[in-house]
Write a protein that binds this ligand. Structure first.
Ligand SMILES: *Cc1c(COP(=O)(O)O)cnc(C)c1O
Length: 456
């Protein structure tokens, strides 16, 4: 197939959409470490997890061997409202960068929530509904997950309670209103409505909140109300499983045109989009069929892979959740309020953490002004206004393409464009005004946080 035949946008037919999620754990020789019960120090049982999460999702969480999971028809129906998502050949970006590299991006922002999070939100809401629950509780940082979940809950007629990190609640009133429009109730976190929220506020009344803290509140709310379970938008194995629809769909589209990526890049907060995008490609590599270079890109202000430690840690600030073995900055780590670019979570998916630990994934961190430079360059070149989170991947893709210009290599670069940035204009405003700075935590700050890690 000659190059010119590759269209600007590769859209699959509805009939070509994936019908299964791919579970990369099935092909991992070393499985991600199990979640531990903080009380006993032993792996959490399905029964213990069932008090917090929906039963079917607990099964998916604990299943390290089933390679493929059929996507239920009702979820496929919802996916069809915004999938298949386009795989775009970034011809304009290549030309502007004057690079021999071929650049592709999988665009997940073509839905009202504006990000890939809807892929897992509908799955999690579906299983809650199947179980006959009244509703679900969750946390949201920048607001994308809460928005996605409120859309999914509205579709299925479930109640949706969202604890939103306080600084985002104040900075992003429109995000909040979108959630309320879809029927969710939104509480700024930490709040006085939960015991853990009251405790955190008593210790630090001026806290701007963190994802870890909002998670504690949402879990407490779910476990103290009949008919509710907690759902999480990233980090967990089940979320990576649902997000594999991104990677499987990308692979179908690439195979159709005979495209083989050399480098696959994704931004990494809790790891769900990156895990989902790379899963089927990683599966090939784990089975010894093909080699790829995988790059996780994280903010320099919240560098869990590049500067964190691989250890058991709490998933939340209030220490009510199970412990996960992951690359972490410590559950007490709260990124600087100056950090506007999302990806604020202190830990990383146990699946990605294990793969990174084995050297199968590379990671790099980037400063936020460099991220916004890339975001604006991309917006002016490709037309899409990217989310700050996604722009971490854009930054790395541009850097790799520039390297190709210097070496003359015509590598094929694929990156995940996870969402749009319409609700992030306060961050763009800071960048445009030149008031954005690049806060990087000191070693001493991180050491102090590591000292608080639980010993398991
Ligand atoms: C939530 C989010 C991310 C980061 O989450 P992951 O779980 O690491 O994928 C990235 N991009 C966008 C647009 C998001 O909303």
């Amino acid at each position: 197939m000659t190059e010119t035949k590759i269209p600007y946008k590769i859209y699959l037919e509805e009939s070509e959409m994936p019908r299964t999620w791919y579970n990369v754990r099935a092909d991992m020789k070393i499985k991600p470490a199990p979640l531990l019960n903080p009380g006993t120090g032993k792996p959490c049982t399905a029964e213990q997890l069932g008090a917090v999460f929906c039963d079917e999702l607990v099964k998916q969480e604990l299943d390290d061997t089933t390679r493929e999971f059929e996507i239920p028809e009702e979820i496929l129906g919802f996916y069809r409202m915004y999938r298949p998502s386009p795989l775009v050949r970034a011809y304009r970006l290549e030309e502007k960068l004057d690079t021999p590299a071929k650049i592709y991006y999988k665009f997940e922002g073509n839905n009202t929530s504006g990000s890939h999070k809807l892929n897992s939100a509908i799955a999690q809401a579906y299983y809650a509904k199947q179980q006959g629950l009244k509703g679900v509780t969750t946390e949201t940082g920048a607001g994308q997950w809460g928005t996605a979940l409120s859309m999914a809950c509205a579709y299925l007629g479930l109640d949706c309670k969202v604890y939103m990190v306080k600084c985002s609640y104040e900075q992003k009133p429109f995000r909040r209103e979108v959630m309320r429009t879809y029927g969710a109730s939104v509480t700024p976190s930490p709040s006085m409505t939960t015991e853990v929220g009251r405790r955190i506020l008593a210790e630090d009344p001026d806290t701007t909140g963190s994802l870890g803290c909002a998670i504690s509140e949402a879990v407490e709310d779910a476990t103290t109300h009949e008919g509710y379970r907690y759902v999480l938008g990233s980090v967990l194995n089940q979320v990576l499983l649902h997000q594999s629809v991104i990677g499987v769909e990308t692979k179908i589209a690439m195979d159709k045109y005979g495209i083989v990526p050399d480098i696959i890049i994704g931004c990494a907060g809790g790891g769900s989009n990156l895990g989902g995008l790379i899963s089927p490609f990683m599966g090939e590599m784990l089975r010894g069929e093909r080699e790829y270079e995988f790059i996780a890109v994280e903010p320099a202000s919240c560098p869990s892979l590049t500067r964190g430690v691989f250890a058991y840690d709490f998933c939340d600030t209030g220490k009510v959740c199970p412990l996960a073995k992951m690359y972490t900055l410590g559950s007490g780590f709260i990124p600087s309020a100056n950090h506007a670019g999302g990806l604020r979570y202190h830990g990383m998916s146990p699946v990605l953490s294990e793969l990174y630990h084995e050297g199968l994934i590379k990671a790099r961190s980037v400063e936020q002004t460099k991220v916004f430079e890339a975001a604006e360059f991309f917006a002016r070149t490709e037309g899409i206004l990217p989310a700050p989170e996604s722009s971490h991947a854009i930054r790395a893709a541009i850097d790799e393409a520039v390297k190709c210009r210097e070496t003359g290599e015509d590598k094929t670069i694929l990156f995940g464009l996870t969402g749009t940035g319409y609700f992030d204009m306060v961050a763009y405003e800071k960048f445009n005004d030149g008031t954005m700075d690049d806060y990087i935590p000191s070693d001493a700050e991180l050491e102090a946080s590591f000292a608080q890690l639980p010993r398991f």
